[in-house]
Design a protein around this ligand. Structure first.
Ligand SMILES: Nc1ncnc2c1ncn2[C@@H]1O[C@H](COP(=O)(O)OP(=O)(O)OP(=O)(O)O)[C@@H](O)[C@H]1O
Length: 352
């Protein structure tokens, strides 16, 4: 185990109340600090397969979380030891909802002013990450927490990494499939923080209509759904597209039209413009978080709600998984792709 970890207190200081999440890298509990009575979230770091101490993904997550003190990024309070010498728990501030479960349970989508409130908070957090040279690489609704007073917080930095001004090859198996940018699917190894902005576009669309934008089962199906909605990519709108590793082996349908306006009939011209700027194929032309924050969509009526005026909901953590329409599928895809990302050798994908 690395000695630089700020490990304090044993986990016995916390009383587990209930299990609220189980992800690829650990189980998450709602718990009470026995000394202060404070309610926290306790994430157990999976160690089973580790021979040499704390898994590298958890070390990365801890490092990133220590750097990121921001109102819209979940606060890591402590790292505590478990009963076994090598078991580790992360203690987070507790948030009553995750947006994945919440959106699934809501009978109708958030209002425009509520979507604006959530999007502004998400963009503030992403702008903060990118200005600190951090890519999340796993933005999706279940990784967005909501507090009882309307504050959105990004959680789960297990796939996050620092990026550099110079181009560098990164692992291709990142970002849960439904939120994965086209350049990753088409094999670009030197992708940038723009992959997070594609995911932000998918999240925006999902908040607007209460269902995932590209709920595909494979990378090929994701490309097909993208093409059906946005038109087929080509060299004219995305210079360099034809040279991407998987372009030659992918047969895109002959679909030249953008159907965003038709698919989102209740969204204003400014809202559609922001959505299209986020879901831009060419990562160099895709809106950055800072550009998106300045978009006129956030200045027009209805104005963004103040977080404190956001509606309140019964805790989404109390809902049965089967009550939640997309939860299991979202999670299944997350697990599958995280496992892929841990493989040492890159598996070939056939897009034909
Ligand atoms: N601070 C928190 N407050 C409340 N709930 C939380 C908190 N952190 C995590 N959760 C719940 O636990 C779930 C899983 O957490 P997290 O994404 O950090 O784990 P993971 O193992 O990395 O998961 P995944 O495989 O889905 O990426 C979240 O979707 C959320 O429902």
């Amino acid at each position: 185990m690395e000695s630089s970890l700020p490990v304090r207190d044993p986990v016995a200081n916390y009383e587990k109340i209930k299990r609220i999440g189980e992800g690829t890298y650990g189980v998450v509990y709602k718990a009470r600090d026995r000394t202060t009575g404070e309610i926290v979230a306790l994430k157990k770091v999976r160690m089973e397969r580790e021979r040499d101490g704390v898994p590298v993904t958890s070390m990365r997550e801890i490092r990133v979380l220590q750097t990121c003190q921001h109102p819209n990024i979940v606060h890591l309070k402590k790292v505590v030891t478990g009963s076994k010498p090598d078991s580790i728990f992360l203690v987070f501030e507790y948030c009553s909802h995750d947006l994945g479960r919440l959106v699934d349970m809501m009978p109708r989508p958030f209002s425009q002013s509520e979507v604006k409130c959530l999007m502004l908070q998400l963009l503030e957090a992403v702008d903060f990450l990118h200005s600190h040279w951090i890519m999340s690489r796993d933005l999706k609704l279940p990784n967005l927490l909501l507090t009882h007073d309307g504050r959105l917080k990004i959680c789960d930095f297990g796939l996050a990494r620092y990026f550099h001004a110079h181009e560098e090859a990164y692992t291709p198996r990142v970002v849960t499939l439904w939120y994965r940018a086209p350049e990753i699917i088409l094999g670009q190894e030197t992708y940038t923080e723009a992959v997070d902005m594609w995911a932000v576009g998918c999240i925006f669309a999902e908040l607007l209509r209460n269902e995932p934008l590209f709920p595909a089962k494979s990378e090929l199906e994701t490309l097909l759904l993208m093409t059906n909605m946005l038109g087929a990519p080509n060299e004219r709108i995305w210079p360099g597209f034809s040279k991407l590793p998987h372009t030659a082996t992918t047969k895109f349908p002959d679909q030249p039209y953008n159907y965003v306006e038709k698919e989102f009939p209740n969204v204003s011209v400014a809202g559609l413009s922001l959505l299209n700027q986020l879901l831009t194929y060419d990562p160099d032309k895709r809106a950055t978080a800072r550009q998106a924050l300045k978009h006129s969509y956030f200045q027009e009526q209805p104005l963004p709600k103040n977080p404190s005026n956001m509606p309140t909901f019964p805790s989404a953590h109390d809902a049965d998984a089967h009550q939640s329409r997309w939860h299991n599928r979202r999670h299944a895809f997350s697990v599958t792709w995280r496992r892929w990302s841990r493989r040492k050798t890159r598996a070939d994908i056939s897009l034909r």
